[in-house]
Ligand binder design. Structure first.
Ligand SMILES: Nc1ncnc2c1ncn2[C@@H]1O[C@H](COP(=O)(O)OP(=O)(O)O)[C@@H](O)[C@H]1O
Ligand SMILES: [Mg+2]
Length: 224
């Protein structure tokens, strides 16, 4: 479970302060799928980066599975990120010279998992996103939607508790966008993974239980 209380984030830009988030409080229950919406610059990516322990809030409390994140050391933070959180970005971020399978294996290489197990787990994740027949393809040999599904498989390969997706359908046509959302919904079906997705697409937001709206760094309401 994720619990944020009065989270603020201030960026200092020379003389100027940018208040990217102001007193944001939200909870994500185990297995919950939420969407975050809001205009450009409203703090969506900052909120996701804090949830993903990539950024530390300026103030406020952030509990991840009951643990206060700001008390963790850098090593503990990267462990938490690697073991429990999967990231999906708008621009896929796949390595072009590697196959789909190798791209999905990458997080396991960093963890020094043996080759056979790596391949097996990566293959299973690619099957989970419907790409069992594309494992040897390079990113350039895949459609945008397929590339994003590879990125989702890569996010899954460490069996995360939380998947964070920042505008995952922003570069996709509407059919591929629906496919990506279908897969995220499917992953959420057994309620083991929490998912937070930033989106501009109201059709996508419509598919999740709870939508949070940000404006100027503040939550304006959480009801759908
Ligand atoms: N690393 C940073 N340094 C300074 N300002 C930043 C940084 N990241 C984001 N901001 C500012 O914080 C605000 C929120 O940004 P962001 O979270 O990226 O919004 P969104 O994802 O909703 O477009 C913006 O005004 C942005 O310019
Ligand atoms: Mg953003």
């Amino acid at each position: 479970m994720i619990e944020m209380t009065n989270i603020s984030k201030v960026y200092q830009m020379g003389e100027k302060k940018v208040e990217a988030l102001r007193e944001v409080s939200m909870k994500i229950e185990p297995g919950e799928f939420i969407a975050i919406m809001g205009p450009s610059g409203s703090g969506k990516s900052t909120l996701l980066a804090i949830m993903g322990c990539l950024e530390i809030p300026t103030s406020g409390r952030y509990l991840f599975d009951k643990k206060e994140v700001s008390n963790l050391t850098d090593d503990e933070l990267s462990l938490l990120r690697n073991e429990k959180i999967g990231f999906v970005f708008q621009a896929f971020h796949l390595l072009p010279r590697f196959s789909a399978l190798e791209n999905v294996e990458l997080p396991l290489i960093y963890k020094k998992v043996a080759k056979d197990e790596r391949e097996e787990r990566a293959r299973r994740c690619l099957e989970q996103v419907g790409l069992g027949d594309r494992i040897e393809h390079a990113p350039s040999e895949l459609s945008g939607g397929e590339q994003q599904r590879v990125a989702i498989a890569r996010a899954l390969v460490n069996s995360p508790r939380l998947i964070l997706a920042d505008e995952p359908t922003g570069n996709l046509d509407s059919t591929s966008a629906q496919e990506v959302m279908d897969i995220l919904s499917l992953l959420n079906q057994d309620k083991k993974i929490m998912i937070a997705v930033v989106t501009h697409n109201p059709l996508i937001a419509e598919r999740v239980k709870k939508v949070y709206h940000l404006k100027d760094g503040q939550l304006v309401n959480e009801a759908k």
